[in-house]
Design a protein around this ligand. Structure first.
Ligand SMILES: [Zn+2]
Length: 373
């Protein structure tokens, strides 16, 4: 009983952190903003405690390494080592985001336990703080680069990026100017977005001879216009910043990632997140991220009854309280009890899985672009 309460306490702390980071973590973007592991390519079977049709890949987003000037977006080098050591000890296969997407879409074989490391903004501290450890452990990562600042101040140069690419680091497009695209009026958003993202693609081509296939939304903010633009430009996937686990039914143009930084980046914090599983949900109707005139916004979802009991669902609303109501036709409605006051607000659902007792996680991001930060 005591252990159960403690675990609930830890999970709640994790939720608070992930919610807090949605505000503070992305501010950095604004600032510009023992056992032996299996061999990497050995035959690995699907996770033993769930059907092979279910794939869970927890993805993490980092920003800075060993750079204590920005504690809310930084992990210390010893903390990052402890994360990699945990993955090795527990036999995880570490993937780039491009590899994870190919596994999810069944273009590559499913492995046992998998996790994905991504890094946003292309700061120099990635080369100095993270790369020596990634080399030591033999792990890859995906680096999302906003091209306007390459080579300036705190940012990696094109020569740095060339060398990283040769070492197996996957490069992704993080826009050119790292703007708040949702601040652009809806009727102009597609043109502004496509123009900026294409500018970054052109610079990748010019300096590195590549056209990245994956994208990460600045500040994690996106809508269907941006998703559809990326599809039509040929991107195979896009990463968001709301916490959660990539799974076989995820929207691969809004891949959730757990933020790792600040005072919640211990090995224990990391281990709890890496063991999370995706809560399988279906949205009713089109998926919206801008509340518009309906504030607080309502999300109508259908949970998977085989995965969880609805009565065990817990809802967390950033900066307030929320409620869950059953609609009687198999769907649930979730909403905040008061109008959302922040630019970004997450609705986060958690529950214990019926089988195996894992924690399940889902979050949905709402953005009010009229609120500036
Ligand atoms: Zn960023």
């Amino acid at each position: 009983m005591v252990e159960t309460s403690l675990r609930h306490g830890r999970i709640f702390q994790t939720i608070l952190y992930c919610i807090a980071f949605a505000c503070f973590g992305t501010m950095s973007c604004q600032a510009k903003q023992k056992t032996e592991a299996p061999e990497a390519n050995q035959e690995i079977t699907a996770a033993e405690d769930q059907p092979s049709s279910m794939i869970d890949i927890p993805c993490f987003v980092y920003h800075r390494f060993g750079d204590n000037r920005y504690p809310s977006t930084n992990v210390t080098v010893p903390e990052f080592r402890s994360h990699l050591q945990y993955l090795k000890n527990e036999g995880y296969r570490v993937l780039t985001l491009g590899e994870a997407v190919k596994i999810i879409s069944r273009q590559e074989p499913v492995s046992g336990k998998m996790a994905c490391i991504t890094v946003d903004d292309g700061y120099k501290s990635f080369l100095q703080g993270a790369m020596p450890l990634l080399r030591e452990f033999g792990y890859k990562a995906t680096l999302f680069v906003n091209t306007e600042t390459v080579g300036a101040g705190d940012y990696l140069s094109w020569a740095d990026l060339q060398k990283l690419m040769q070492e197996g680091i996957e490069l992704g497009n993080h826009s050119h100017a790292h703007p708040y695209f949702l601040n652009t009026p809806e009727q102009e958003r597609k043109a502004v977005f496509v123009s900026d993202v294409q500018k970054a693609q052109d610079l990748f081509e010019e300096h590195l001879g590549i056209q990245p296939e994956i994208f990460a939304y600045p500040y994690g903010e996106f809508d269907q216009i941006m998703e559809e633009s990326l599809r039509s430009m040929g991107f195979i996937a896009a990463a968001a910043q709301n916490s959660g686990v990539l799974c076989e039914s995820s929207n691969i143009y809004g891949i959730p990632r757990f933020p790792m930084a600040g005072s919640y980046a211990s090995q224990q914090d990391f281990a709890e997140k890496v063991k999370m599983r995706a809560m399988r949900l279906n949205y009713k109707g089109p998926v919206k991220h801008l509340p518009g005139e309906t504030n607080p916004p309502v999300l109508i979802l259908k949970t998977n009854e085989e995965q969880l009991n609805i009565s065990e669902l817990q809802l967390f609303v950033q900066g307030g309280k929320g409620e869950i109501k059953s609609t009687g036709d198999g769907y649930i409605e979730i909403r905040a009890l008061a109008p959302l006051q922040r630019r970004r607000t997450l609705y986060t659902l958690t529950a214990r899985a019926k089988e195996g007792g894992h924690w399940l996680w889902f979050s949905h991001l709402w953005v009010r672009p009229e609120i500036k930060e």
